[in-house]
Write a protein that binds this ligand. Structure first.
Ligand code: SF4
Ligand code: SF4
Length: 88
């Protein structure tokens, strides 16, 4: 996997964005509260980076690709996602 630092200027990340570990762009990360989550999957629908999946009976976030935009937290009808400051 390439990091964004290896993408050339004017790069071509749009071609195969899953090949780049864009999670390093993040300042805050979304954390799901499983007790509040009703598994409605709205976060899955809204995530622009396809970084949310449903595994077992839980919402799982792919932190290798999540850029921390916060859309999932904003759209969650249960307020089950909190954006937490990344540890640097
Ligand atoms: S939008 Fe919220 S309640 Fe719905 S699945 Fe995602 S985290 Fe759970
Ligand atoms: S913060 Fe943005 S990129 Fe990350 S899981 Fe939520 S919607 Fe997707």
């Amino acid at each position: 996997m390439k990091s964004y630092k290896e993408i050339p200027a004017g790069g071509v990340a749009w071609k195969k964005s899953r090949e780049y570990e864009t999670g390093t762009w993040r300042n805050k990360k979304p954390v799901v509260n499983d007790e509040k989550c009703t598994r409605c999957l709205e976060c899955y629908i809204y995530c622009p980076d396809s970084s949310i999946s449903y595994e077992g009976d839980k919402i799982v976030i792919d932190y290798s690709h999540c850029k921390g935009c916060g859309i999932c937290a904003k759209e969650c009808p249960q307020d089950a996602i909190t954006m937490v400051e990344e540890e640097k």
